[in-house]
Ligand binder design. Sequence first.
Ligand code: TYD
Length: 210
Amino acid sequence: MFITFEGPEGCGKTTQYRRTLAAMRAAGLNVIATREPGGTAIGEQVRDILLNRLENVAMTPQAEALLFSAARAQHVAETIRPALAAGYVVLCDRFYDSTLAYQGYGHGLDLAALRQITVFATEGLTPDVTLFLDCPPVEGLRRKQIQEEINRLDSMTLAFHERVYAGFQALAAAEPERWVRIDASLAADEVFAAIVAALGERGLKLAAYS
Ligand code: TYD
């Protein structure tokens, strides 16, 4: 089973993904956890260009979309497909829906073109379940400023993050069988309980506290 975590900045996604990983390990499941951009040595180098180098302000949205997709192609071929083939549950912190939301809805790139690039990069791999950690960007950016270092994309305007958020909502509404909306404005334990319940409905039984 291939499970992705998506959502706007500061929605608590990474915390919940780590808790889900711990609960799966505690349940004795064979699971690997990975993230985008990154997840391979080459992908982590691309991540550095995309996020850590704050001087890369001149990067065009097209270049950004292709770099995220290049990292993803490597990630799918080197990490995700082999793990799925070996029977692992794969948890991934962001996947191609982030490209559609950020580069498509956020920057205004053509969604059909992005979908084609995505299919090329992933050779058609789609998550079985996508958990949408739903939290308005104003709240998420506020949390993130308190907690973490800011990456290049975090410093985009609030209007950009509002478009990204609307994009996630549209993507989730278009594929309700794959997406599960989780109210991420709740307390962390309640958010995790909702994730456990959603995965339980899909046959993965986990303990709600870990
Ligand atoms: P990261 O530090 O992993 O933060 P987060 O906790 O928000 O996931 O940064 C990933 C950033 O890259 C985040 O701002 C979303 C962005 N992103 C895209 O714009 N397109 C993509 O395809 C992916 C995978 C991420």
